[in-house]
Design a protein around this ligand. Structure first.
Ligand SMILES: [Zn+2]
Length: 112
């Protein structure tokens, strides 16, 4: 019986990697609350990552995004420690102001 030989190791993202650059052991990020369209738009604006809308479950979603300090600085995205009390939250209820807030690096800090 022959055993298949793995010619190269599978490529895996490092543990707890940044969604934008895949830097491992990233402990910072932010939260997004809203409908799938808001999630997709906010992901693109705040991280540069383009998410397929069909890959986001329908209905109100609450997700946490892992983003490193370097990528946050490049995008002007407000971040905090993922285990901290003041994780910035981009909420669809604030949609009118959020687009500018993301670009301006501000976010509401109601994440508890
Ligand atoms: Zn990064």
């Amino acid at each position: 019986m022959s055993v298949p030989v793995m010619m190269s190791a599978p490529k895996l993202a490092p543990f707890e990697s940044c969604v934008a650059c895949f830097r491992g052991d990233t402990t910072t990020g932010f939260a997004i609350s809203g409908e799938p369209g808001f999630i997709v738009d906010t992901m693109r604006a705040s991280t540069g990552v383009v998410v397929n809308r069909a890959s986001v479950p329908s209905g109100q979603q609450h997700i946490t995004i892992r983003l490193c300090r370097k990528c946050a600085r490049l995008r002007g995205t407000r971040i905090g420690h993922l285990n901290g009390d003041s994780l910035p939250r981009y909420d669809s209820a604030d949609r009118v102001t959020m687009a500018g807030a993301i670009l301006g690096g501000r976010a509401s800090e109601r994440g508890r």
